[in-house]
Design a protein around this ligand. Structure first.
Ligand code: TXA
Ligand code: MG
Length: 332
C-alpha cells in the first residue's frame, strides 16, 4: 500500500468521512470513532439500526485506557496473546466513548487488527477507527474490494485495497466486561486457544449478554435461500429440491455423476481454508442463476465451530419450503 493512499484515507477520516479498509478477517467500513456524525454515516451507509454497537480498531494496546474504564486481567492476557489479530474484546467503556459507538451500552468492543494496511492506516491516523464489516446490514461480509463495491457502491469516500482477506470470516468476540468471560461470536481464534490462555471455560451468551448484531438470526445471509444438509443426506436433499428448484451446492466432496444439481462448488477440506473461501463462494453461488443454495453441513469438530456458526445464521430465515426430508436435514 502506498503512503499516498494512507495519507488520503487519514485526511478523509479526520474530515469525518468514510474509509473502507482491509483487515485480516473481512473489510471494515471505518470512521473516526470520536466523531459522532462520522459514526452515524456508517449506519446510514450500511442501512444498520443505530442502536447496534461498532468495534473500535486501534493500532496497538498502548492507549486502551482512553477507551476502557477497566482492563481486567483476562483482557490483558488475551490482548497480549492474540493482538494484533482476529480477536475483539468487549470491556467497560471509558466515559469519553460516544454512544454512537457503544449503542448506548456501558461497554465497548476493541480490536487491534494485524493486516498491514489496517496497521498503516491506524498508526497514521493515531485515534480509534469505528468499523463494522463493510456490507449492507444482514448481508455477507466482503472479503475483497469487488465485494465491497457490490455492497456499498459509492456510499463511501475511499476504499483501500488489500487483496483477499486471509481469515475470511469476522473476528472472535469475547466479552470480558463481567465476571466470567463470554464467547459472543466464534472465529479463527478458537474457544480452546482462549481457554488455554484464561485457564477458565468460556461461558455462552445468555439473556443478559450484550447485543451482538452478528448473532441475530438472519445474518451473514446470501440473497438466495440457503439449506444445510448433513453429509449423509446431501444427495437426497439435492434430488428433492431439484424437482422444484435450480440447485447450487457447496460441498466438501466432488459432484457425483448422478447429481441433479445445476452448480456444484467444492470447498476446501480444511476448516481455516474453508472459512477463507466461504463468503466469496456464497457470493458466487448467489449470482450463478440458481434458486437455492444447499450446503453440506460442516463437521461437528471444534475447528469447524466458526464455519458452523456462520452457515447456521445464513440458513436461518430461508424462504424455501423444505419438504420433510429436507427439513430434517436442515436441522442438522
Ligand atoms: O472481524 C471483525 O470483527 C470485522 C472487522 C472489520 O474488524 N468487524 C465486524 O464488525 O465484524 P461488525 O459490526 O460487523 O460486527 C461486530 C459485532 C456486532 O455484532 C456488534 O453488535 C458487536 O460486535 N459489538 C460491538 N461492540 C459491542 C459491545 N460493546 N457489546 C457487545 N457487542 C458488541
Ligand atoms: Mg457485520
Amino acid at each position: 500500500m502506498d503512503q499516498k493512499s494512507i495519507d488520503a484515507a487519514v485526511t478523509i477520516l479526520r474530515a469525518g468521512g468514510l474509509v473502507v479498509f482491509p483487515t485480516e478477517t473481512v473489510y471494515g467500513l471505518g470512521a473516526d470513532a470520536s466523531n459522532a456524525s462520522a459514526v452515524r454515516k456508517i449506519f446510514a451507509a450500511k442501512g444498520r439500526p443505530v442502536d447496534h454497537p461498532v468495534i473500535v480498531h486501534l493500532a496497538s494496546d498502548h492507549d486502551l485506557s482512553r477507551w476502557a474504564s477497566e482492563i481486567p486481567p483476562a483482557a490483558e492476557q488475551l490482548a497480549e496473546r492474540f493482538w494484533p489479530g482476529p480477536l475483539t474484546l468487549i470491556v467497560k467503556r471509558a466515559r469519553s466513548v460516544i454512544n454512537e459507538v457503544t449503542g448506548g451500552q456501558d461497554t465497548v468492543g476493541l480490536r487491534v487488527p494485524s493486516h498491514p494496511v489496517a496497521q498503516a492506516l491506524l498508526q497514521a491516523f493515531g485515534g480509534g477507527v469505528a468499523a463494522p464489516s463493510a456490507n449492507r446490514f444482514g448481508h455477507i461480509s466482503p472479503t475483497t474490494v469487488r465485494h465491497v463495491r457490490e455492497e456499498l457502491g459509492d456510499r463511501v469516500d475511499l476504499i483501500l485495497d488489500g487483496g483477499a482477506c486471509e481469515v475470511g470470516i469476522e473476528s472472535t468476540i469475547v466479552d470480558v466486561s463481567g465476571g466470567t468471560p463470554v464467547l459472543l461470536r466464534p472465529g479463527r481464534v478458537s474457544e480452546e486457544e482462549i481457554e488455554a490462555v484464561l485457564q477458565v471455560p468460556l461461558a455462552r451468551p445468555d439473556a443478559g449478554s450484550p447485543r451482538v448484531s452478528g448473532t441475530l438470526a438472519a445474518h451473514y445471509a446470501p440473497r438466495l435461500p440457503l439449506i444445510i444438509a448433513s453429509s449423509g443426506m446431501l444427495d437426497a436433499v439435492v434430488r428433492d429440491y431439484a424437482s422444484r428448484h435450480i440447485v447450487a451446492v457447496l460441498a466438501r466432496r466432488p459432484r457425483p455423476s448422478y447429481s441433479s444439481a445445476t452448480v456444484w462448488m467444492v470447498g476446501p477440506r480444511d476448516a481455516a481454508e474453508f472459512a477463507h473461501y466461504l463468503y466469496a463462494g456464497l457470493r458466487q453461488l448467489d449470482q450463478c442463476g440458481c434458486t437455492v443454495i444447499i450446503v453440506e453441513a460442516a463437521p461437528e469438530t471444534a475447528d469447524w465451530a466458526a464455519v458452523r456458526d456462520r452457515l447456521g445464521r445464513a440458513a436461518v430465515g430461508s424462504t424455501a419450503q423444505p419438504s420433510s426430508a429436507a427439513s430434517e436435514a436442515h436441522a442438522g
